[in-house]
Ligand binder design. Structure first.
Ligand code: ATP
Ligand code: MG
Ligand code: MG
Ligand code: MG
Length: 476
């Protein structure tokens, strides 16, 4: 089943069941606490928080999402992309646990000729929050899932919250068993690559009070109205329905892999290391295209920096695969070819998107070679001094003068067996930022919006790569 069909079935299934279809919002979050939209519920946040009365009781969407914290997983796990689409259904004080569970089961297991996805029920494993007897009872008694395929997990995995005070509640996840070629049995609690998580159902049921982090806070009581927020990864379901091994091989990604092969001569499956590079390029160019499409431009702050990091990592991986000339325009073109069907604005905006991407490639290629030489020297010096940690000031120099995002330096150092003094790097970044702030204040030309992001980043302790802040990966 093609991605476009998965999406069509999703929306029509929920529309037929009384949900208002809401188009995807931009990746640029209309929310000062987030740089980019990491989950389908973000555009509905004011309804869930009770700040605005929702114009409907039920809604459904397929939301564009970017999760920069997952950048490290890309190419290494089979299931994480930095860009993906989250299919969601939402209830604002309307149906609750039983309704959400029954709808999810029906859509996943109804035969394909009846409008469903036709998944084999025996391959579906359920997780519930450890104290959520009600959810377990519904899965077992109402839906008929055998107890052996229902597992209980703790707060870290199966509890959701947003803000203090704010809504919170247990969640329940549906996972698909891809079979023994993906490793040991034992359910999602044991092996999250074999039992791949496809759908998360969040039951917003309680009010959250003070406390720390995701798994240590007070629960104040029941919410006046109970809500449902769910998210299913479209690419993950495509991977299953298309019978491919990982996200990067589905219909809306494979053409990029083929293009990379055409440009470099390296074929998918040639070697594990080049496969990782192929997947990194595929994922990152897709994300970059979608970000530029939504109006992000490369820069040294906030979203612009997220875009710069992923573009530079993609370009460098193309070099590793043997590309010598420019590649970005060709890659962007292929992505637009694949994604344009679902997002036609990419096609009408093609020229602008290409221009922004190519300008970034040119800027980076100018400094890549010199920066690589600096890094190589620093690596030799570090090794000669008997250390395995590249000093923070070298990482800072590479960032500041040669435009190397920190994760590029981390990756390149790791290839030569070194780690990086990230703390030292961050300290220097912070000092530089404070100097700039002071200068700006002196000139009275401070940019208020960037200041707000910096404060958030500083609070989170990630003074530089704002895209890593914990808030980003947490919704849904
Ligand atoms: P995982 O445990 O696999 O990292 P998650 O628990 O972080 O997933 P949720 O926050 O529950 O994911 O998001 C809801 C759904 O969105 C997931 O069940 C999954 O199908 C999809 N999803 C989440 N992160 C990604 C990603 N990086 N790439 C593709 N799909 C994703
Ligand atoms: Mg995750
Ligand atoms: Mg999970
Ligand atoms: Mg989850």
């Amino acid at each position: 089943m093609e991605s476009a069909e998965i999406r069509r079935r999703w929306l029509s299934f929920f529309e037929e069941r009384g949900h208002t279809v809401v188009p995807s919002a931009s990746l640029i979050a209309d929310d000062p606490t987030l740089l980019l939209v990491p989950a389908g519920m973000v555009p509905f946040k004011p309804y869930f928080l009770g700040e605005v009365k929702p114009p409907f009781d039920r809604a459904t969407s397929v939301q564009k999402c970017v999760r920069t914290p997952d950048i490290e997983e890309v190419g290494k796990t089979t299931r994480h992309g930095t860009f993906f689409q989250m299919c969601g259904n939402f209830s604002f004080g309307d149906y609750f646990k039983e309704g959400a569970i029954k709808l999810a089961w029906e859509l996943l297991t109804s035969p394909q000729d009846k409008g469903g996805y036709g998944l084999d029920p025996e391959r579906l494993w359920i997780t519930v929050y450890k104290d959520d007897d009600e959810a377990e009872r519904i899965w077992h008694e109402v839906v008929g899932v055998p107890k052996e395929r229902i597992q209980r997990l703790g707060m870290k995995d199966n509890y959701w919250s947003m803000g203090v005070p704010g809504p919170c509640g247990p969640c329940s996840e549906i996972n698909y068993d891809r079979g023994p070629e993906f490793g040991v049995e034992g359910g999602p609690a044991v092996n999250d690559e074999r039992y791949v998580e496809i759908w998360n159902l969040v039951f917003m049921q309680y009010e959250r009070g003070e406390g720390i982090g995701k798994d240590n806070f007070e629960i104040l009581g029941e919410l006046p109205s109970k809500n449902i927020d769910t998210g299913l990864g479209l690419e993950r379901l495509a991977m299953i329905l298309q019978g491919v091994q990982n996200l990067y091989e589905i219909d809306t990604s494979m053409a990029v892999i083929n293009k990379v092969t055409e440009l470099t001569g390296v074929r998918y499956g040639d070697a594990p290391a080049s496969d990782v590079s192929l997947r990194v390029v595929t994922d990152h160019m897709r994300t970059a295209t979608m970000l530029i499409g939504d109006g992000v431009t490369p820069g040294n702050e906030g979203r612009g920096y997220v875009l710069r990091r992923i573009m530079r990592r993609a370009i460098r991986n193309m070099r590793l695969l043997g590309a010598t000339g420019p590649v970005v325009k060709d890659l962007v073109d292929v992505v637009i070819g694949m994604m344009g069907q679902q997002y036609p604005e990419l096609i009408t905006d093609r020229e602008r998107i290409e221009k922004v991407a190519v300008a970034e490639e040119n800027a980076f290629l100018k400094t890549l070679k010199a920066g690589t030489n600096i890094l190589d020297t620093a690596v030799s010096d570090t090794k000669a001094a008997g250390s395995s940690v590249l000093p923070g000031d070298k990482a800072f120099l590479l960032h500041d003068t040669w435009g190397f995002p920190i994760d590029l330096t981390l990756e390149m150092a790791a290839e030569q067996g070194l780690t990086v003094d990230e703390e030292g790097f961050r300290r220097l970044m912070k000092e530089q930022r404070e100097r700039a702030k002071a200068d700006a204040q002196a000139k009275k030309t401070g940019h208020a919006d960037l200041g707000a992001y910096r404060e958030i980043a500083d609070r989170a302790g990630a003074t530089d790569f704002i895209g890593y802040t914990d808030t980003e990966g947490e919704s849904t």
